[in-house]
Every structure is written in structure tokens, then in C-alpha cells.
Design a protein around this ligand. Structure first.
Ligand SMILES: *Cc1c(COP(=O)(O)O)cnc(C)c1O
Length: 474
């Protein structure tokens, strides 16, 4: 335990989030998990030959592994977090009344406090909010501007016949760049796009944190600047707020003007600057399912309501059970707890530092929910079209049963970077699990030169990474 505690200590060159910034003045170098474990779930531990057999059966595609074949599952942080005792207790009093349930009103009170937009609708998950937004606000030929569209947001915008244009800052594409807010929107590019598309711009969005760009945060200064430009141009400005609390934490720790603000006040200011939001409660709602759609505009709310009834259900439950509304209500506030956020950011940074220390290059600085391993740099002998990210991801699985996901040319044929994402489910794994992942990665790193690339043997017509089969080369 003592070795682990020592290794838990902040690195010699602490980033701001490792310094004592708690509202309660946390002044220990060891950042502890701010919870104890009340219920456990056994995790499968397989032999190397069992893992190799599982990988063969899955066509070397980690999405096709079963839960019983995975030891540490870092495939996604979406809907995979551990609920708190408070959430389970709230779920037991969930009100399953069809219209006007108590659970809706409980969630409404939380949304009023945390987000503050006057009209809100629960939905079954984030993409349902995006679909309603796209179907009510967009028509063919219009344009949506975003720091970087998440893939479901892009798909919904394109389904409506509109153009989804990404305007990330240049630093977002440079893994070594240590800038604090690599999730920002490029303001000069925004000005240019607003001028170029004119009236066709139907909506501007900011994704907090910028998931597709490595979970990198957006600064308050950037949100303010984008908000002001939208107001001047008369264009609605929405947040894709899936990780609003993690983003607020990074503002608290990295943007000096907000060091003395509470995380909840920072989050509220983010929402104050926007006209509405979509939100996946599977992320910073710390729930297994759920989402939200909000707006300030009563006329738009009426259109949202009509579209929601078509696909999600009555507006006071929106595709969710009453108990889910309760879990989201409690989770949204728990996600803003600075003790939780400090631990969460520290866990991600600790994994990133540990990987770097054993010679595995990662995207810097560590983001809010995941660490991205730079397979292109670790495996320079494997060309892009032989999927170095997939080679690294499968090696981590065979070595230690760790499941991540390739985010490179297997997932996106045009990808420039060849990455493997290790996403951390909320409150689910301990520091020993993270130490184990680092040890597994160190062993893979030691034989990196022996790893071979892949070819695809069978692929579906779209979104191939979910179901394609691969075979190792040579
Ligand atoms: C997960 C996610 C979504 C979609 O939410 P779901 O609940 O998975 O439908 C949208 N935007 C971002 C940034 C996300 O991370």
C-alpha cells in the first residue's frame, strides 16, 4: 500500500490541478478516492491463452468481446460509472406516474439550479436530444458550427441535410502541445465561417469537454467570445454539455480568473452564456442512461415538446423511467463535488503520467475522462493502413485483459493521428487498477517492435469499427 501511496503523490512538476485547490483546502499530496466501496462486482481474470482465444473468436475486434472476457474495461466512460448510495436510495422512491411524476419535478429543481434554462426536457440519452434539436432547428442547406462535433451530433446534423463544420484550435491536433484549453473553438475561423455562410448558419455549438479532440476543455474566455459573436450575429448558441462538470473543474484549476469560483458557479456561468444545451447524463450525470435538452426560447420549447412526444414519450418522462430521472437528478449535483472532480482529474493525469514514465507516448495534457495513447509514435514500423492503434489496443488486451478502443484509421479512415483511448468509468476502478493498467502497458511497450499490423477481412457498409473482423499481418 505504501508504494502505491507514494506513487499516488503528485509528480515533481505538478500541473495546477494537482496543487491544493479544494474549496476545503485539501493539502495532501495523495489524492484519495473520495468514497468507500459499499458493493462490489467481481471482475473476470483470464489466462493469456483464454484471452488469445477470446480475441480470435471476436475477429480481433475488441467491441466483439463479451464482458466476461474483459478484466479492466476502459472502452468508454458512458453509462459505466458507479451509482452512489444516494442515487440508489433516490431510485427506490422513483415515481413511475405517467404524467407529472414527482421524479420529474425533483429533476426539474436540480436543472433549474445547475443549468438555469427555463425549459427542459428529459430524454433517453444525449443523441435523442441531438435528434430533436436537428429535426426542429435545421433544414437542408443550413450549417452548424462546433468546436468539434461528437460523432452522433454530426450524424444528426447531416441527417437533417445540414452541414456540420468543425472549428477546433490548431493545438488540438498536436499531441505534444501542452496548452491548457485545447478544446477551444478557433475564433478567427468562427468569424470567417459566420461571414462565409451568413444566413445559412442555423446554430453554433460548443462541446464541453471536446470529446473528439481528446476530452480537452474549453476555456470560459472562449465560451464568452463565442457567445458574444452568436449574439451579434443573431445565431442560437447551444452547449453539448455531456462533460460540463469536468470542463468546469479545468476552468477552476487552469483559468486564473476562476480560481476562487466554486465549480457549481463556473458551471452555471457556462450555461448562462448559452441559449440552450444538449446533455448526455451517461457522462457527468453519472447515470446509466438519460439525457437532457434545454432552451430559453418558449417557441422553440414548444417545437421540442411536439417532436419529443413523437419519439421519446410524454414530456415529463422523456423515454426514461421515474427511477432514472431520480438517478440523473442526484448525479448532476454529485458530479459538481470538488472532491470528486479533483480525484477524477487526478486519476486521468496519474494514468497519463504512469504511461509516459514507462515509455508509452500519450496526448498531452491529460483530458477529463480518458487518456489517449499515441500508437503512431509507439509503433512507427506499422503503417497507418495496417492500423497501429488496433495493434496496440489488441496487445493491451492479450497482455492483461485491458480493453480500450482504437481511435485512428480503423475507426475513421481519414484519421491523422493513430490513437488508443483508455476511458475511465466514473468511480468504478481504484488506483491499484490504474497501476495494473500501467504495468500491462509497460510490458506491451517492451515488445513494441514485435507488434504487427492488421488487415480487415470482413467489413460492414458503415461504422466498420463496431463489427468488422481483422487478421494480424505476416
Ligand atoms: C456521449 C456523447 C454524446 C451522445 O450521448 P449519448 O448519451 O451516448 O447518446 C454527445 N456528445 C458528446 C460530447 C458525448 O460525449
Amino acid at each position: 500500500m505504501s508504494a502505491r501511496c507514494a506513487s499516488l503523490a503528485a509528480a515533481s512538476d505538478p500541473r495546477p490541478e494537482e496543487s491544493p485547490v479544494s474549496d476545503k483546502g485539501w493539502n495532501y499530496r495523495t489524492v484519495i478516492e473520495p468514497f468507500r466501496i459499499k458493493m462490489v462486482e467481481a471482475i473476470p481474470i483470464l489466462s493469456a491463452s483464454e484471452r488469445r482465444a477470446a480475441l480470435d473468436r471476436a475477429g480481433h475486434n475488441l467491441f466483439r468481446l463479451d464482458a466476461r472476457e474483459v478484466t479492466i474495461d476502459l472502452l468508454t466512460d458512458s453509462g459505466t460509472g458507479a451509482l452512489s448510495a444516494e442515487q440508489w436510495a433516490a431510485m427506490m422512491v422513483g415515481d413511475e406516474t405517467y404524467a407529472g411524476s414527482r421524479s420529474f419535478h425533483r429533476l426539474e429543481a436540480v436543472v433549474r439550479r445547475v443549468i438555469g434554462h427555463p425549459h427542459f426536457f428529459p430524454v433517453h440519452q444525449g443523441r435523442a436530444a441531438e435528434r430533436i434539436l436537428a429535426r426542429t432547428m435545421l433544414s437542408p442547406g443550413q450549417v452548424v458550427l462546433n468546436n468539434t462535433h461528437f460523432d452522433t451530433t454530426r450524424a444528426n446534423v447531416e441527417q437533417a441535410g445540414a452541414l456540420a463544420e468543425d472549428l477546433p484550435v490548431a493545438a488540438a491536433a498536436v499531441p505534444e502541445d501542452e496548452s491548457a484549453f485545447k478544446g477551444d473553438m478557433d475564433l478567427a475561423a468562427l468569424d470567417e465561417a459566420l461571414a462565409r455562410h451568413g444566413e445559412r448558419v442555423a446554430l453554433v455549438m460548443l462541446t464541453l469537454t471536446n470529446n473528439a479532440a481528446g476530452g480537452q476543455p474549453v476555456s470560459m474566455a472562449n465560451v464568452e467570445a463565442v457567445s458574444a459573436r452568436c449574439r451579434a450575429a443573431g445565431v442560437p448558441f447551444f452547449l453539448d454539455a455531456a462533460r460540463f462538470a469536468e470542463n468546469a473543474w479545468f476552468i477552476h484549476t487552469r483559468e486564473p480568473a476562476y480560481a476562487s469560483w466554486s465549480v457549481a458557479d463556473i458551471a452555471r456561468r457556462l450555461f448562462d452564456l448559452a441559449d440552450g444545451c444538449t446533455l448526455s447524463a451517461k457522462k457527468d450525470g453519472i447515470s446509466h442512461i438519460g439525457g437532457l435538452l434545454t432552451t430559453r426560447d418558449p417557441a422553440l420549447a414548444e417545437r421540442f415538446r411536439n417532436e419529443l412526444i413523437l419519439g421519446e414519450g410524454f414530456p415529463t418522462y422523456g423515454g426514461l423511467a421515474g427511477r432514472d430521472l431520480e438517478a440523473v437528478a442526484v448525479g448532476l449535483e454529485e458530479a459538481l463535488d470538488p472532491d470528486y472532480l479533483r480525484y477524477r482529474a487526478r486519476t486521468v493525469a496519474y494514468l497519463a503520467e504512469g504511461l509516459l514514465a514507462v515509455g508509452v507516448p500519450v496526448v498531452r495534457p491529460p483530458g477529463g475522462h480518458a487518456v489517449y495513447l499515441d500508437a503512431g509514435r509507439l509503433l512507427p514500423h506499422i503503417p497507418k493502413d495496417a492500423f497501429p492503434g488496433q495493434a496496440l489496443a489488441t496487445a493491451l488486451y492479450v497482455e492483461g485483459g485491458v480493453r480500450g478502443v482504437e481511435v485512428g484509421s480503423f475507426m475513421f479512415p481519414a484519421a491523422r493521428l493513430q490513437l488508443v483511448r483508455l476511458a475511465l468509468p466514473r468511480r468504478s476502478y481504484t488506483q491499484a487498477h490504474v497501476d495494473y493498467v500501467i504495468e500491462v502497458a509497460a510490458r506491451v511497450q517492451a515488445r513494441a517492435g514485435d507488434l504487427r499490423g492488421y488487415r480487415i477481412t470482413e467489413e460492414p457498409p458503415f461504422l466498420r469499427h463496431f463489427s468488422a473482423s481483422l487478421a494480424p499481418l505476416g
